[in-house]
Design a protein around this ligand. Structure first.
Ligand code: NAP
Length: 336
């Protein structure tokens, strides 16, 4: 039997997941031992024309999606806490795993959904909700056994990083760089979540819950965006050999209390995040055994986010405990 999935949302992320399932079906089948089939898609506006196969249910009615028979996973890529939380909870209650890209929902309700999943013998996956395609959740889960993680710091918002890089490299104002980000499709018409630091904050709270088992009190976390930075700030930092970056950080102080902040920092070139440019994200994890680990990669966009979602899906259902060979065996020449 194939793995039947439903998609909640068919925007940048949902559509990219749909197309990637089609384009990567052979490789996925090799790992999973069966096909992934999209059975239904939930949207908000029924009048939009969409390129979706005619045998897929496309609906604005959540109940119809929930009533589809033999659904094995729900992929949630809509916007905001509600109705995403209520929808996710209903799938989990039915024992169906939920994979989300929705950071706002995961930051607010991720803990509840993880418990809901556990109570129903299934799982809630959220790799795509933090740092796009960078597999930071998988890496952190891997490190949570023997290592003690003391601190995580990262550039978690590609839009604001693009704005800062563009201001510095091209000597243009914040408004001009924001307009450029919007024109390139990196920032939404309402960019406030990105430039005010809220998007980074949500991702930080998701990381906190995973690594430290709890979140700090939200109103005790300093959250300052990049909207008040002017070109002169960046030039002054540059004259001192530094670059201003929007850094989200969380760690434990000497008393074991969580301290977190999202704020612009002047970093020198020895800091790994100094070198993260454009829409990339970067994350530094500090652990007692490993020391400092640094990951960098695309923090947003359809294909990187679809990558994270499909890795979650594959991880959940994989039937073989090994990877397919990197090189086809028939193409490997015999060694004489
Ligand atoms: N874009 C990225 O690079 C990225 C990266 C990581 C995570 N995310 C997260 O992934 C989620 C989706 O992002 P996106 O960029 O794909 O957004 P988007 O392009 O705005 O698409 C949102 C989709 O959700 C549907 N939708 C919204 N509200 C709905 C509701 N109440 N009921 C049913 N459908 C609803 C929309 O339907 P219509 O098509 O009918 O309008 C649309 O198909 C967000 O939570 C975002 O934060 C995005």
């Amino acid at each position: 039997m194939p793995i039947n999935v439903v998609l909640l949302g068919f925007g940048t992320v949902g559509e990219s997941v749909y197309r990637t399932i089609a384009s990567h079906q052979d490789g996925l089948r090799n790992i999973l031992g069966t096909d992934i089939v999209v059975k239904g898609v939930l949207v908000k506006d029924a009048r939009k024309s969409r390129n979706i196969a005619s045998d897929v249910l496309v609906t604005t009615d959540f109940k119809k999606l929930l009533e589809l028979p033999n659904i094995h996973a729900a992929i949630e890529a809509i916007v905001g806490v509600e109705p995403a939380f209520t929808y996710g909870k209903q799938f989990l209650n039915a024992g169906i795993p939920v994979i989300t890209a929705n950071k706002e929902m995961a930051a607010h309700k991720g803990g509840k959904l993880r418990k809901e999943a556990e109570a129903n013998g299934t799982e809630f996956h959220f790799e795509a909700a933090v740092a796009g395609g960078i597999p930071i959740i998988a890496v952190l889960k891997q490190l949570l056994h023997a290592n003690r993680i003391s601190k995580i710091e990262g550039i978690l918002n590609g839009t604001s990083n693009f704005i800062l890089s563009t201001m510095r490299e091209e000597g243009i104002s914040f408004a001009e760089a924001l307009e450029r980000a919007q024109r390139n499709g990196y920032a939404e018409a309402d960019p406030s979540n990105d430039i005010l630091g809220k998007d980074s904050f949500y991702k930080l709270m998701i990381l906190s819950e995973l690594v430290f088992g709890k979140q700090p009190e939200w109103d005790e976390v300093d959250c300052t965006g990049i909207n008040e930075l002017v070109l002169n700030d960046l030039e002054e930092a540059g004259a001192g050999g530094k670059r201003i970056k929007l850094v989200a950080s969380i760690g434990k102080d000497e008393n074991g209390n969580l301290t977190a902040a999202v704020e612009p920092h002047s970093l020198d070139e020895n800091h790994p995040l100094y070198h993260v440019e454009g829409v990339d994200n970067g994350i530094v994890v500090h652990t007692d055994l490993l020391g400092r680990l640094f990951l960098q990669g695309p923090g947003a966009g359809g294909p990187p986010t679809a990558s994270a979602i499909l890795e979650d899906l594959t991880q959940h259902f994989r039937s073989k405990p090994y990877q397919k060979p990197f090189v086809e065996t028939s193409k490997v020449r015999a060694i004489r």
